[in-house]
Design a protein around this ligand. Structure first.
Ligand code: ADP
Ligand code: ZN
Length: 610
């Protein structure tokens, strides 16, 4: 019999210990259970993995998961084993004996899930064995890697399109945390998903407070200041270079912060030790290049500071998104400068990518800096970038807290909007600016006689381009893909009308915006979490944490693999007296109940007796 969504809900409770599906999980799982392909975009922390793990367990056969990084795979496999799910990975890091053992388990139908990299999967011997194995589904994780429009194109992902022919009757599921509309279309085409249903969750991360400020000098002193203001919290500082990570870590250690550097140039064993140190601590600061990150889903990272800016809005959201995965309040602070932008553009032009690819990357850089420089709510701007036209201001970013003072440009904006309107949205940015300046080459009479032709000569080309970027971020203009020659069109008609009528005024920021980034983070709003426990519950929480630390050390695992802080906090609040009560706690499923139930009840009993 075909498993139903109710079966999946039962599994969610029994195995994962979660009371209900979160966001779009239920919808995605329904499609897969019905045997159909799906494209799902769920932001980091949105619970993507359950979307394929649950149907993989429920449907007959083994679920094949394709994932780009070993760290990512081993994390998920370990987390599944903790839940009592039969999962394995197949990668170059395994000893030959382990590989043989895994293939044997696969052949004997003992596995619910198997994780492979795209390169590993496309080896003839791997494909041969997998085609001989009944599969429940194929999940392509980090699916944006298949698209050159995405921010992390990986050519080896391209081969995954062939899975459509090799496994025509197996439902395929593409999941990613970051893909704009164009990237989504490309994923669909590249992976040959046909008319697969598409689910795109909101990119809202209400637990994140965002700040961005221009660097003073190199901005290194500011980094120390920001980290010290967050003492006792776990955080990640991203730097643009290996030397940068070393310098900043040294500087932080000199100030008494528990910090270490992490980058690809370090010895493998050193990296492994530092990663373990970071994962196991709840107040450590890792200073890293972006080589550090994918697959690090430490839930209690309280802040991400970009000492040097990321490469795109996708990168920004993904990197910042590593904070606050446990849904308690967290912060993202970005330091940036015009030199960083020039450097990013320079690197792209020298990078050896195809011209088309370089153009895409350069546009992503400009859009990122327009976001930093822009006056709009940071969270809302990111969400608009990903296509959420209705996003409302977050109320907690630096822009919302300290609205910038700027110079009125409503009139110029009206000219630009009206030019886009007159031109019928048929042109890209360059032609639009030429039109406003009245310098379009070989202009046709129909265009030259429009009232907007040459109406913007008082501003420079650069200023118009800046203004157009700002209008894109304000959600007044939209850029539509059009096969790689993007067209500028009017976006939200209601908002555009408000600008025409002068009801909505627009400004550019006059002076470099220096924003007071989160000087006293502890004082800000926090969601339910360990911070608002009663003193009594706090005592039990600490006792549970101590027990978790020992248990984690015994198993050589990061503590959150045992239980999350949220789960411990709930236990501390509820004081469950029996295993049945404990099962009611969010995050406690059957597998973990069997493993840890007695011990937890013991700690609760001991805590109550004190
Ligand atoms: P993603 O890969 O989308 O970043 P994960 O699949 O790793 O997210 O899930 C993020 C966190 O959310 C995990 O700690 C997971 O246990 C939790 N989670 C997922 N689904 C649910 C749910 N339905 N209810 C409660 N917690 C959930
Ligand atoms: Zn805001």
């Amino acid at each position: 019999m075909t498993p139903t969504l109710d079966d999946a809900r039962g599994l969610l409770r029994r195995v994962f210990g979660h009371a209900e599906f979160r966001g779009l999980q239920g919808e995605v799982i329904s499609e897969v259970l019905a045997g159909r392909n799906v494209l799902a975009v769920l932001p980091t922390g949105g619970g993507k993995s359950i979307c394929y793990q649950a149907p993989a367990i429920l449907r007959p056969g083994v679920g094949l998961v394709i994932s780009p990084l070993i760290a990512l795979m081993s994390d998920q496999v370990e987390a599944l084993r903790q839940l009592g799910v039969a999962a394995a990975r197949m990668d170059s890091g395994l000893a030959p004996g382990e590989r043989e053992e895994t293939w044997r388990q696969l052949a004997e139908g003992q596995l619910d899930l198997i994780y492979l990299s795209p390169e590993g999967l496309m080896q003839p011997w791997a494909l041969e064995r997998l085609t001989a194995t009944p599969l429940s589904l194929i999940a392509v994780d980090e699916a944006h890697c298949v698209s050159q429009w995405g921010h992390d194109f990986r050519p080896e992902y391209r081969a995954l399109g062939r899975l459509a022919e090799i496994f025509p009757s197996i439902p395929r599921l593409a999941v990613t945390a970051t893909a704009d509309a164009r990237t989504r279309e490309d994923i669909r085409a590249q992976l040959r998903l046909g008319d697969a249903a598409q689910f795109v969750a909101s990119f809202a991360r209400p637990e994140l407070a965002l700040f961005a400020e221009r660097k003073q000098g190199k901005g290194r002193a500011r980094v120390t200041q920001l980290v010290k203001a967050r003492a006792g919290r776990s955080g990640i500082v991203y730097a643009g270079s290996r030397a940068g990570t070393e310098q900043i870590a040294e500087q932080l250690v000199a100030e008494g912060v528990a910090a270490k550097a992490y980058h690809a140039g370090l010895d493998k064993a050193v990296r492994r030790d530092r990663l373990a140190w970071f994962l196991q601590s709840d107040d450590a600061v890792m200073v890293a290049t972006i080589a550090f990150g994918m697959g690090i889903d430490k839930p209690d990272v309280r802040f991400v500071i970009h000492a040097d800016p990321p490469a795109s809005i996708e990168g920004y959201w993904q990197e910042i998104g590593r904070a606050g995965r446990d849904k308690s309040m967290a912060e993202g602070v970005t330091l940036y400068s015009a030199a960083d932008m020039a450097w990013a553009l320079e690197r792209i032009s020298r990078g050896g990518a195809s011209e088309a690819q370089a153009q895409i990357q350069a546009r992503k850089v400009r859009q990122l800096y327009a976001l930093f420089e822009g006056g709009a709510c940071r969270a809302a701007a990111v969400r608009r970038y990903f296509g959420e036209t209705e996003a409302q201001p977050c109320g907690q970013c630096d822009r919302c807290l300290h609205p910038p003072i700027g110079v009125e440009i409503t009139q110029a904006a009206q000219k630009a909007l009206s030019a886009v309107h007159r031109l019928g949205g048929r042109f890209g940015r360059g032609r639009l600016v030429d039109h406003l300046l009245g310098k379009t080459k070989d202009v046709r009479p129909e265009e030259a006689t429009l009232s907007t032709f040459g109406v913007g000569k008082e501003m420079s080309e650069g200023a118009w381009r800046g203004l157009i970027d700002q209008l894109l971020f304000e959600g007044l203009l939209a850029e539509t893909p059009n096969d790689g020659r993007p067209l500028i069109t009017l976006a939200d008609p209601e908002a555009v009308r408000a600008v025409y009528r002068g009801e909505r005024r627009l400004t550019v920021l006059k002076a470099p915006a220096s924003s007071p980034a989160a000087e006293a983070p502890a004082s800000r709003r926090r969601k339910e979490g360990p911070d608002d426990l009663t003193p009594e519950a706090q005592g039990l929480f600490e006792a549970l944490r101590a027990w978790r630390r020992e248990e984690a050390a015994r198993q050589h695992l990061p503590p959150y693999f045992i239980f999350s802080n949220d789960t411990l906090a709930q236990i501390a609040r509820m004081r469950p007296a029996s295993l049945a009560d404990l099962l009611g706690v969010e995050g406690v499923g059957q597998g973990k109940l069997e493993r840890y139930g007695e011990a937890v009840i013991g700690v609760v009993g001991g805590g109550a007796a004190r």
